[in-house]
Design a protein around this ligand. Sequence first.
Ligand SMILES: [Zn+2]
Ligand SMILES: [Zn+2]
Length: 142
Amino acid sequence: MATTKKSKRNDQRREPGLTRQRSLVLDVVRTEDVHPTAAEVFHEARKTMPGISFATVYNSLRYLKEAGLVREIASFGRGASRYDSETYRHDHAICSACGQLVDFDLPGTVALLRSAARASRFQAESVHLTLVGLCPKCREPK
Ligand SMILES: [Zn+2]
Ligand SMILES: [Zn+2]
């Protein structure tokens, strides 16, 4: 038996019901801590599974999103959507100049959720804040 045990830790974290492609895509999103775009996930996934197509990656991301395993972050005109494996509630700030995206957590979002629910008359499930502005690097005078 000459089974090479390369990166078998993937298997431990595999969720039930996931195809190989989906669990690979999930794994890529989890290891990239930079909120990758679908294209970046595709690029990484191909290193492990050269035959995987962009459509498969894209569909897997959509599946994982619906399953609640990844979160899609809308980019508000800053290119493609990003994907996040941190599905616990947190907020994002996106740089309007370089597109850098960072995580932050704001105390008081629960109160915000309540007033948003009141204003929209929706039953609140979640609220995500995306701050658009200039990151510290882009604010530096050149
Ligand atoms: Zn920036
Ligand atoms: Zn995030």
